[in-house]
Design a protein around this ligand. Structure first.
Ligand code: AMP
Length: 172
């Protein structure tokens, strides 16, 4: 875990002043660190217990895809408004400034399927909460959520109360 932590780079004031951006590209480029992240998430949920892994655009795709492969599960992208070509379910949520809209294809998850939601960073939890709503509107059963990084002071875990939340690196 210390190796993982050392492989995350802090970028001050990106993409805007006041934000300390957690850059995971050094971690992704370190074979041992990257495989540890995937193995930890797979071990947490357990093979055979997940039907679909949902990745949240864009860095969530990078983590969710190998997790889905390990599970023998399908991969489902949740994307920003207007990127998915077919019929979608849509969920909007407010950010600190403005709002964001996420979409998922209507046939991406069947009722009763067991779903894991994966992203790189848990901050306020708004993105993950909106994603869970989308999954539930399709009848999916959210088994849990996994993140590489949790920015604990932003309260994401509280916002996601009722869901099982795994984070590999917690920042206080
Ligand atoms: P939130 O909805 O506030 O939990 O924000 C989560 C989304 O924003 C995730 O998709 C992250 O990739 C991204 N994000 C939020 N804060 C940061 C940060 N400090 N560093 C990197 N990504 C972040």
């Amino acid at each position: 875990m210390e190796r993982l932590r050392r492989a995350v780079r802090d970028i001050a004031d990106f993409p805007q002043p006041g934000i300390m951006f957690k850059d995971i590209t050094p971690l992704l480029g370190d074979p041992a660190a990257f495989s540890t992240v995937i193995d930890e998430i797979v071990a947490h949920f357990g093979r055979g217990n997940i039907d679909k892994v949902v990745g949240i655009e864009a860095r969530g795709f990078i983590v969710a895809s190998p997790v889905a492969y390990h599970f023998g599960a399908g991969f489902v992208p949740v994307r920003k408004r207007g990127k998915l070509p077919w019929e979608v379910e849509r969920e909007s949520y407010s950010l600190e400034y403005g709002s964001e809209t996420l979409e998922v294809h209507r046939d991406a998850i069947a009722p009763g399927e067991r779903v894991a939601i994966v992203d790189d960073v848990l901050a306020t939890g708004g993105t993950a909460a909106a994603t869970a709503h989308l999954v539930e509107r399709l009848g999916g059963l959210v088994q849990g959520m996994a993140f590489i990084i949790e920015l604990a002071p932003l309260g994401g875990r509280q916002r996601l109360a009722g869901h099982a939340v795994l984070s590999l690196l917690r920042y206080d």
